[in-house]
Design a protein around this ligand. Structure first.
Ligand code: SF4
Ligand code: SF4
Ligand code: SF4
Length: 230
């Protein structure tokens, strides 16, 4: 099965699947709509600001290195959204889209996993993997509506972006992609903390979620480029 992390990605299929191609077309919503807020527990989320991303791919390189991923796969997809624009020359409406695991609050991958390998970390609430429990059945991959999971062919274990839970977050560090982005296109933080920068940002910027209508309550937010006159 194809996933978002293949270097040979079928871009049109993925973008159609993720709903990312309609990022600028969906209506803008405020932050936090529909999220389960559990007092006292964190709810980590990430914002991708399309207005700031220059497509440098530093986030992807940092992620692959930090999470020790083999050649040919990655936990995040970064593509030109308006793919008719080729090359690096000036283009007024060049837009990049970054998609990874949406950290659903109601995560189908966790629901279907028969062994508990795909699970929600009890402390942080982040959807992550227990590699020792994974039997490679791919149920989670099939269940993910964002096509955001894949099998790491070296470890034979299913994988997804878990905000660098084990490699950085547990040490009090920001996710590798956020740390690597020189253009401030990525913001990570606790959506349950009213004083967090991510909450303050979302309070003043309109944002969207990809395929929110599915009801999985994704924790990633996108600040889309709004075309003038639209
Ligand atoms: S590092 Fe930042 S600017 Fe570069 S591609 Fe990633 S999100 Fe975009
Ligand atoms: S995006 Fe896919 S892999 Fe990530 S939590 Fe949702 S269902 Fe699971
Ligand atoms: S949060 Fe970590 S695992 Fe997720 S895309 Fe960023 S660098 Fe990769």
């Amino acid at each position: 099965m194809e996933n978002i992390v293949s270097e040979k990605i079928d871009r049109r299929k993925f973008l159609a699947g993720a709903g990312a191609s309609s990022l600028v077309l969906v209506s803008l919503g405020g932050c936090g709509a529909g999220q389960k807020r559990e007092p006292g527990k964190p709810h980590y989320g990430m914002v991708f600001d399309q207005n700031k991303c220059v497509g440098c791919r530093d986030c992807r390189i940092a992620c692959n290195k930090t999470n020790n991923l083999p050649e040919g796969v990655s936990r995040l997809l970064l593509e030109l959204e308006n793919s008719q624009i080729e090359g690096r020359g000036y283009a007024a409406d060049r837009r990049y889209i970054r998609v990874s695991c949406q950290q659903c609050q109601d995560a189908p991958c966790v629901t279907v996993c028969p062994t508990g390998a795909a699970h929600r970390d009890p402390k942080t609430g982040i959807v992550t993997m227990d590699a020792d429990k994974c039997v490679g059945c791919k149920y989670c991959i099939v269940a993910c509506p964002y096509n955001a999971r894949f099998i790491n062919e070296e470890t034979k274990v299913a994988d997804n972006c878990d905000f660098c839970l084990h490699t950085r977050l547990s040490k009090g560090e920001q996710p590798a992609c956020v740390e690597a982005c020189k253009y401030d296109a990525l913001v990570f933080g606790d959506l349950n903390d009213p004083n967090s920068y991510i909450n303050k940002l979302l309070a003043v910027k309109d944002s969207v979620r990809i395929r929110a209508e599915l009801g999985t309550e994704p924790s990633l937010r996108y600040i889309p480029i709004v075309k003038q006159g639209v």
